[in-house]
Design a protein around this ligand. Structure first.
Ligand code: UD1
Length: 336
């Protein structure tokens, strides 16, 4: 017996595809909506290979209210929705702010109206620790102030959180959970699905695995003169499968109203520690060189995720080494 249909916008993307898989494991029927702007149709087949059944899919742009309405007509009713669909490249958002505002904020507005029109009672939103900007403390909990966004991308996450909260005030029947991710990495252990960056990766792990695979020049470590124990920046890297499971927990256990959770491991790792952990986990050397700092980088930030542990009963279960081993297995699968 299915626990019900869950609308998953952006469900062909990195975090969305892993979440759809975990929804099936938890007894739900995900309905994936994606415009394939940063993903491809093959992902649906690969998801089906993991879960052993086809995954419902509609090639729909969430800013298209009419097309989205069609999905509600054919696939509803929904017990909940998880909204991943968005552009997510910080640098690109600086080049194309209008595209980011229209797509990220516009799709959220269209979705909110559709959810309310159809009486859906639960929305889970894909947000980011980027809403905290340069934090005052390195360990950040949900009460940390929202600071002026560093990029149009970051602003759209803040704006969507605000929009969802304002919508709840006007339409309290729609409960919402805002999930602020730290740094999602890794891939499904089956190596069927993972991160598929288009072109040159900006993020550390996809660049690192492509460098190890010989597809890129050696990794540049962006700065080793930061005020951290080994001089390199510290982040909280969370395995994408742990992150995906948090969405299921939020769907099932988040309180009524609007709730906010940080999702991370609670542990910081420096860039040098990531390189060492990768080498331990895979036995592969990481070709790398020290380089200058990257503009806009926060020195050190990691999650206080204890609220999610307490209220959602969710905890990360996978280590940094496991995440890196899975990221490498995925890199090998796509290189082949
Ligand atoms: C970035 C975004 C963030 C977004 C997240 C996930 C910025 C300021 N932040 O986070 O909003 O949610 O990606 O997509 O862009 N590093 C290297 N060499 C590299 C690449 C990265 O040393 O080639 C270092 C960086 O300096 C940083 C760490 O690795 O210390 C992680 O970088 P990255 O993966 O880009 O993530 P964030 O910058 O934390």
């Amino acid at each position: 017996m299915s626990k019900g249909n869950v609308l998953v916008t952006g469900g062909a993307g990195f975090i969305g595809s892993h979440t759809a898989v975990e929804l099936v494991a938890a007894g739900y029927r995900p309905v994936v909506v994606d415009n394939l702007a940063n993903s491809n149709r093959d992902v649906l087949k690969r998801m089906a290979a993991i879960v052993g059944e086809p995954v419902a899919f509609h090639e729909v742009d969430c800013t298209d209210a009419e097309a989205l309405e069609g999905v509600f007509q054919t696939e509803g009713p929904f017990v909940g929705a998880i909204h991943f669909a968005a552009y997510k490249a910080v640098g690109e958002s600086v080049e194309r702010p209008t595209a980011y505002f229209l797509n990220n904020i516009g799709s959220t507005a269209v979705l909110l109206d559709a959810l309310t029109a159809h009486g859906v009672r639960r929305l889970v939103f894909s947000s980011s620790c980027t809403v905290y900007g340069e934090p005052e403390t390195t360990r950040v909990d949900e009460t940390a102030p929202i600071r002026t966004a560093e990029s149009p991308y970051g602003y759209t996450k803040q704006a969507c959180e605000r929009l969802i909260t304002d919508h709840h005030t006007a339409h309290p029947a729609l409960n919402a959970t805002l999930l602020r991710y730290f740094n999602p990495i890794g891939a499904h252990p089956s190596a069927q699905i993972g991160e598929l960056p288009i072109g040159r990766p900006n993020n550390l792990i996809p660049f690192l695995t492509q460098a190890v695979a010989g597809l890129r020049e050696p990794l540049t470590v962006f700065g080793d003169d930061y005020p951290t124990p080994d001089g390199t920046c510290i982040r909280d890297y969370i395995h994408v499968v742990d992150l995906a499971r948090a969405h299921v927990a939020a769907l099932e256990r988040a309180p009524e109203g609007v709730s906010v959770y940080n999702l991370g491991t609670g542990n910081g790792a420096s860039v040098k520690e990531v390189i060492d952990a990768f080498e331990r986990a895979t036995g592969k050397a990481v070709p790398h060189a020290m380089g200058p700092r990257r503009a806009g980088d926060v020195v050190a930030i990691y999650a206080d995720a204890s609220k999610a542990w307490r209220e959602l009963g969710w905890k990360t279960e996978r280590s940094l080494e496991e995440a890196l081993a899975d990221a490498w297995r995925w890199q090998e699968a796509v290189t082949r």
